[in-house]
Design a binder for this molecule. Structure first.
Ligand code: AMP
Ligand code: MN
Ligand code: MN
Ligand code: MN
Length: 281
């Protein structure tokens, strides 16, 4: 049986709130035995987390969550057990962060037209050098009283059709999976339940994903229900099954760090496909 693992979490290097070492400490308290940190389009903080995990005897899996444009929408692909020194991966992630920087200025420009000024400066200050995300804009909009909660800020300002929405120009599926595979990692479709895909489009996504070299899907995610549906899909399409909380911090509604149901029987766990842990020197 696999240990208790949580293979989808965020730190303050992207839109989470905890430092990598704080996240590891909290996961340890919650009984997590193996963890992947999967920040959006960045691998900063993995060394700090790895050291903290070693100190408490937790297995650490270096990860990333890559933003992808596919079929006219944004998807997320998690990479597990990646070599963070891989230059193609790092070049690709740097391009995505460059787009995020441009997009943040564009979101701020659009908000300014609605008399919400100073957004870029405040968001950059809130992010403190981290990857710039819509989550930072949501926090800014709450802070200056334009929304009651980050969820409301998304709903009223940051999603398609709303004044601060800027369409994503992310990596292609082929690029994202290719970077992960070239860096020795396992590519995982993140939270498939969050994309509102009908049966046909989901099937097409899985086909494309497998053709690119993708191997796994999140059957259990803190940010989606429908475990049974995705379990059936993983089995039918011979994908490995992953599970992750998508933890962003103590205040977030998706914050069941490590408190995930066990993988349903019949799935093949992504845990068993990880490379063996190197013996300590
Ligand atoms: P971005 O990658 O910058 O476009 O931001 C996407 C991030 O925003 C996701 O990873 C979530 O953490 C967060 N997010 C998206 N939708 C919502 C929502 N409705 N409420 C709160 N957070 C959200
Ligand atoms: Mn996020
Ligand atoms: Mn995601
Ligand atoms: Mn995530």
């Amino acid at each position: 049986m696999s240990p208790r693992f949580d293979f989808h979490t965020h730190t303050y290097h992207s839109d989470g709130v905890l430092a990598p070492a704080e996240l590891i400490a909290r996961a340890h308290e919650c009984g997590v035995e193996a963890i992947a940190i999967t920040d959006h389009d960045v691998t900063d903080g993995l060394t700090e987390a790895h050291e903290a995990a070693q100190d408490v005897g937790m297995r650490f899996v270096p990860g990333v969550e890559i933003s992808v444009s596919w079929g006219g929408q944004t998807l997320h692909v998690v990479g597990l057990s990646i070599d963070t020194a891989d230059t193609a991966l790092q070049r690709g992630l740097a391009q995505l962060r460059e787009f995020r920087y441009w997009r943040a200025k564009e979101i701020a420009r659009r908000l300014a037209k609605r008399n919400i000024g100073g957004a870029y400066e405040r968001v950059a200050a809130l992010a403190r050098g981290a990857v710039l995300s819509r989550t930072h804009f949501a926090r800014f909009l709450v802070e200056c009283g334009h929304a009651r909660t980050p969820g409301d800020a998304f709903k009223h300002y940051l999603v398609r059709g709303r004044p601060g929405y800027v369409p994503g120009k992310w990596a292609s599926l082929d690029e994202a999976v290719g970077w992960i595979r070239a860096a020795g990692g396992i590519a995982v479709i993140a939270h498939p339940g969050r994309y509102s895909l009908g049966h046909g489009k989901l099937k097409r996504l899985i086909q494309d994903f497998k053709e690119c070299g993708g191997q796994a899907i999140e059957v259990i995610s803190g940010s989606q229900g429908e475990h049974e549906r995705f379990t059936r899909i993983a089995i039918e399409h011979e994908l490995l099954a992953s599970a992750g909380s998508d933890y962003h911090g103590p205040e977030n509604a998706w914050s069941a760090l490590g408190r995930l149901p066990a993988l349903p029987s019949g799935c093949r766990s992504v845990y068993d496909a990880l490379p063996p842990v190197a013996a300590a020197a």
